[in-house]
Ligand binder design. Structure first.
Ligand code: ZN
Length: 81
């Protein structure tokens, strides 16, 4: 599994959509790759922060902006690799 694949699977991993074989391959890469690990931590923290916000204060526009910025970050990271 390469960095691009790992970053593209972060969302699936967090939503529990990966099968066990893929989760293992994904985790092994993450443990050996500080770039992907850092990206994963950033992503996870952002998602947590979004979830703890009161939903009435978070319009769908804000959600979209957050998702866009995360996608940009992931795309950028994949390009760097
Ligand atoms: Zn990586």
């Amino acid at each position: 599994m390469n960095c691009r694949r790992v970053t593209s699977l972060i969302n699936e991993y967090l939503s529990g959509a990966l099968d066990s074989k893929t989760t293992v391959a994904w985790g092994v890469h993450l443990l050996g790759c500080s770039d992907c690990l850092a990206l994963f931590e950033t992503y996870r923290k952002t998602i947590q922060a979004v979830r703890t916000l009161p939903s009435k204060d978070l319009s769908s526009g804000v959600r979209t902006r957050i998702h866009r910025s995360l996608e940009k970050r992931i795309t950028y990271s994949s390009l760097v690799h």
